[in-house]
Ligand binder design. Sequence first.
Ligand code: 5AD
Ligand code: SF4
Length: 452
Amino acid sequence: MKKVYIETYGCQMNEYDTELIRSILKATHQYEFTNKESEADVVFLNTCAIRENAHAKIYGRLGEIKHLREKNKNVIVGLLGCMSQNLRGNLQRSENMIDIFAGPDSYKRLPSMIDSVLNNGKKKYDFNLSEFEDYSDVYPERVPGVNAWIAVMRGCDNFCTFCVVPYTRGRERSRNPESVVRETEKLVSDGFKQVTLLGQNVNSFRHNGVDFADLMQQVADVDGIYRVRFTSPHPKDFPEKFLKVMAENPKICNHIHLPLQSGNSRILEMMARTYTQKEFLDLVDKIRETIPDIALTTDIIVGFASESDADFEDTCQVMKEVEFDSAFIFKYSERKNTIAYKKHPDDVSAEKKTERIVRLNELQKSISFKKNKAIIGKRFEVLVEGPSKKNSAEWMGRIEANKTVIFANGAFSAGDLIEVELYNATANTLFGEHRPNLILADNSTSVLSEVC
Ligand code: 5AD
Ligand code: SF4
């Protein structure tokens, strides 16, 4: 048995892809996995390309792995995923020691690529993007836990002008919903309590007339699954039908990650996001009318090409108006060969980008803090995940809004749904106490009674 060490960078889709890779390798009965790169025969880096700093991180790691390779000439090094697909082997340096380059649609061929390197010592490259590969026939080798990711669609056809994803992950394709439901059933029998449906554009899911609302309903109908989440949707695909399914189904968590990107309509048009500031705000109103206690989180890019101070103020204004529960804020990072790279010069200075990201982070922090403080004293259903990372005497779990709650350990285990009363909060974390005998409030959309 050869030992494989895999390091994963980037988004949840990459985490999921690593689980696919593990499964594909395991099926050959030739590989086992290790957490120690020093004892590995094969070292894979599953990489990200979304921003330049994702590339920079990998270049740094490759420098370190070079030393490993110097000690053990036989170790096989593979660069997998988005950065590999993006650069197609044209790395600035360190590429001499990389034996395998493979993009996101090439993972089924990894075992034969490894064999080929072992047999003839030649480098292997595979950057074929497929219109059909959806890995629905592979049951990922998951890390045991409470949540399981399921990629229900792959690729992206949106071509937002800043984004490299359509080039690294290819065309949008949706899985057969039956395979998603079967996978959910198997996950339940393997002990998972929550599934998160993944896609670059998850709510654009469509397969033979089955849309995302239908899919969510089918997954939530699986017996034994407590919670269903999804990420990331695009604001363009929020039909009434989908919001109704969310509102009416207690297992679908009341949380939407709704990427805004910019609050300025001119910048949104340059980004090809297909909505204006007003349309985004109208969508938020519609969501809140249908699902009043919805938690909203977002992604924002600051310093996109030509963004002026006044344009940036619009983003601040939208943040204040919407009051997202939390936000991921990024400095614009120009990606080669994207539409923005070809059409819109990256002309906002590094200082301006820093100034704007600091300001927006501060603004969001104050909003998150205010919103979290406002729910102190309330009771929530919490899905227990396990010991807290900071203090193993304490436990952590999440409320439906996907916010983390810390509470004292008690007579429960990971995967339990329990009720917790909050007594404190910071911008990022809630603190609560387990309330064993309380009955959930009337307005609760809890599935607690169903599972107890
Ligand atoms: N620069 C900065 N941020 C980006 N994102 C995508 N592409 C870029 C880029 N070129 C951000 C978007 C997206 C999130 C996953 O990453 O906000 O929603
Ligand atoms: Fe990128 Fe836009 Fe597709 Fe998201 S929707 S992956 S931001 S192109």
